[in-house]
Design a protein around this ligand. Structure first.
Ligand code: S3P
Length: 162
């Protein structure tokens, strides 16, 4: 098993950092949300429109698909840690890194379109952070602060990986 699994709240940089990290390591980059959309041929907002549980069931099922991956950087959806049974599955996929980015920074540049949980505004992120922080910490092998450039973050992760 040699995969890096990125977790953290929406907008913390999982996709941006993940893509740069994958490039630096010559790994494959997988975005779990894109994978889900592709697999079920349905958008994330459409899955949520059925129910959050509908989305979460599919999100959890994808973790089983990821166990067979190798040399991949996988950016998970921000809520994957909500189900405690997903935590050991994440660790089975690879080394789990919690990208902990200051919420003020995220609120300033997060894209709320296509993120059903932020339909009432990015400020909702403060409540989500309060609700989920302990879950991210419990699910992660390593917690790293993302308050610099993408290159800094890639270097920090590589230090832990190599
Ligand atoms: C969610 C985060 C989203 C996506 C869905 C739910 C969440 O992924 O999975 O909208 O519950 O935090 P990103 O963290 O990649 O935006």
């Amino acid at each position: 098993m040699s995969n890096i699994v990125l977790i953290g709240i929406m907008g913390c940089g999982k996709s941006t950092v993940g893509k740069a990290l994958a490039k630096a390591l010559q790994y494959q980059f997988i975005d779990a949300d894109d994978y889900l959309v592709d697999k079920y041929q349905m958008s994330i907002p459409d899955m949520f429109a059925i129910s959050e549980d509908y989305f979460r069931d599919r999100e959890s099922a994808c973790l089983d698909d990821f166990v067979s991956k190798d040399h991949s950087v996988i950016a998970m959806g921000g809520g994957v840690i909500k189900r405690a049974e997903n935590h050991p599955k994440l660790k089975k996929i690879g080394k789990v890194i919690y990208l902990d980015r200051p919420i003020e920074d995220i609120v300033n540049d997060v894209d709320t379109s296509g993120r059903p949980l932020l339909k009432d505004g990015a400020e909702k992120l403060y409540a989500l952070d309060k609700e989920r922080r302990a879950l991210y910490e419990a699910a992660a092998d390593v917690q790293l602060i993302n308050d610099g450039s993408v290159e800094d973050m890639v270097a920090k992760i590589k230090d832990h990986w190599e």
